[in-house]
Structure formats: structure tokens, C-alpha cells
Design a protein around this ligand. Structure first.
Ligand SMILES: [Zn+2]
Length: 128
């Protein structure tokens, strides 16, 4: 098949076994599902809107830089730290059970900051 240079077949992309194993997949899925739950909420949108500039960028409330987006940063313990601990403590849980525990843990323990990418790395732990 003759493709233009900007098209690649998925079969030509090597994906490591580690990324495909179920522990890694579940861990990643939990991480990717928890953030939008909070970041797409009205409360967070409202919080971010306070820092919108006239040209639709944002002023980081922590460092004052003008940026295109504000992150939703975990203060202290990061999302993967929380997810790894819950997965370790509940080794027989299926995805839905883990997702519920991760969600409840956030509701009961987590504080977020809306800050720029640089500040995100400073307010949270650095584990990704
Ligand atoms: Zn900042």
C-alpha cells in the first residue's frame, strides 16, 4: 500500500511487552480515568477561569507565568503513588473495584492545585 509520508501502519510501531501487560495497562487506565473526572468538573473549570487572560491563556496563580493551559496538580502524593499503593493493597481487585477505591481515596484525601506544568512538578511528588 502506498502511503503519504505522514501515515504509518500500526503494525510498524513496536510496543514493549511491559506496556501491554495487564498490570501496566490497568495502572495506566486508572491514571487516565481519574484525572478527567476532576479536571472536567464545573468546580475545576470555574477555578481555572479565574486565571484566564484576555487572550484566552492563563496566568499561573503560583508563579505568575502566562501559559496556554493550567494543569490539575495533586498536592503532595501523586496519582501514580496513590494508584500503585491501592493496586498493591488489593491484588485481586478487578478494574472497577480499583477505580472505585482510587476515586474514593481522592474524595477523602486529595487536594488539587491549578498551576502551570512547571509548578505541577513542584507541588507534587515527581513519580509518573
Ligand atoms: Zn507556575
Amino acid at each position: 500500500m502506498d502511503n503519504p509520508t505522514y501515515i504509518i501502519s500500526a503494525s510498524n510501531i513496536n510496543i514493549s511487552e511491559t506496556r501491554l501487560n495487564s498490570h501496566t495497562s490497568i495502572r495506566r487506565a486508572l491514571r487516565e480515568s481519574i484525572n478527567p473526572l476532576f479536571s472536567q468538573s464545573q468546580a475545576i473549570k470555574k477555578l481555572k477561569a479565574q486565571y484566564k487572560t484576555q487572550d484566552k491563556r492563563f496566568t499561573c496563580p503560583r508563579c505568575g507565568d502566562i501559559v496556554n493551559t493550567l494543569d490539575l496538580a495533586h498536592i503532595g502524593e501523586g496519582a501514580y503513588t496513590i494508584i500503585d499503593r491501592i493496586m498493591l493493597e488489593n491484588p485481586t481487585d478487578v478494574y472497577e473495584e480499583l477505580a472505585n477505591k482510587v476515586y474514593l481515596y481522592h474524595i477523602n484525601n486529595v487536594r488539587f492545585a491549578v498551576v502551570c506544568r512547571n509548578c505541577n512538578h513542584q507541588v507534587g511528588d515527581t513519580q509518573k
